[in-house]
Design a protein around this ligand. Sequence first.
Ligand SMILES: *Cc1c(COP(=O)(O)O)cnc(C)c1O
Length: 402
Amino acid sequence: MDTEQFIAFEEEHCAHNYHPLPVVISSGQDVWVTDVEGRRYVDMLSAYSALNFGHRHPALLAALSAQLDRVTLTSRAFHNDQLGRFCADLAALARHDAVLPMNSGAEGVETALKVARKWGYQVKGVSEGNAEIIVCAGNFHGRTTTIVSFSDDPDARNDYGPFTPGFVTVPYGDAEAFAAAITPNTVAVLVEPIQGEAGVVIPPTGYLQEVRALCSANNVLMIADEIQAGLGRAGATFACDLVDVQPDIRILGKALGGGILPVSAITANWDVLGVIKPGEHGSTFGGNPLAAAVGIAVIELLNTGELQARSLSLGEHVLATLRNAGMPGVKEVRGSGLWWALELDGTGPTGRDISMTLLERGILAKDTHTWTIRFAPPLTISEQELDAALATIIDVVKAAQP
Ligand SMILES: *Cc1c(COP(=O)(O)O)cnc(C)c1O
């Protein structure tokens, strides 16, 4: 089958809940993927930051195959010999006491919301059924019914009601609005330290520190959704580290499974996580030994700090290069670490049009919200590979202007 036939076959049998670019990938290695026609591309999306270590990183494949030879799933009805180590290592990385493992990012978010509500009733003393959680406009936290209840993206939300109550939305980056929304029933704020799906939106200086201070002053839990921003992507182990903020609950996913398995988790201290007792939350696959073994190897890759440092310094190089390129039709270049977005001014081709041209030129990237193109190459990308990609991006954006 050729590309068109693969796409038609998939369209016929798979729900149309995505609108992928027309490329059919059949193999990948580090930053490169190959399509069914044998064409090669640099992956500058990294599965929305799940492939921070590139495709098929040898250390992750080794951990995977060693565990495949032992045991893959036990359920939490029994213990397995990988879970303790995974939780210990992740808690240490996150500077928290403990971990609750799940699978997808959305499940991690749901877990954080449930823990925060239970903490609100049992520890803070909010009266039953009245817990409020503050969220930010423009957020993306996943696709469950509860999570889309507090999305303001009509595509994510429309016709999925009735919605879960108990959420209050404030503008992102506005600490005063957050302060004004806090009531005695507020149990938590859920915030992305950098908004990913919104288009790599970086909050104003001091915002996260102010949110942290307001949470501490008002006995409100700060929940940082670092599913996309964390694990090296933004130029530090966690994006909150860039501004020296320690949240009460961290949500991790995507790269936590090394681009191999869905692995998510929340990390917190016992005064928070301790509210969950046996039988009150769980997942058949959450904490499975295969996922834990890969997760341990992921944390080992991060423990040296080398990839985070690469992300930070190469990210500065990217921003300088793109900002100096004088690209017409580009309203803003913003980013943090190896994670950046070009925001188009809306007068020329759309983000999708440009992504299509980039595809033809051997670069995989994806638009978000029509006028923004988001880039997130594997943190393992070499300087030469990065510079070649940047030259192509600049060339394509310049040529795209009418
Ligand atoms: C991707 C993402 C999620 C959802 O993760 P899934 O694994 O797709 O459920 C949640 N929050 C943020 C910030 C994300 O980028």
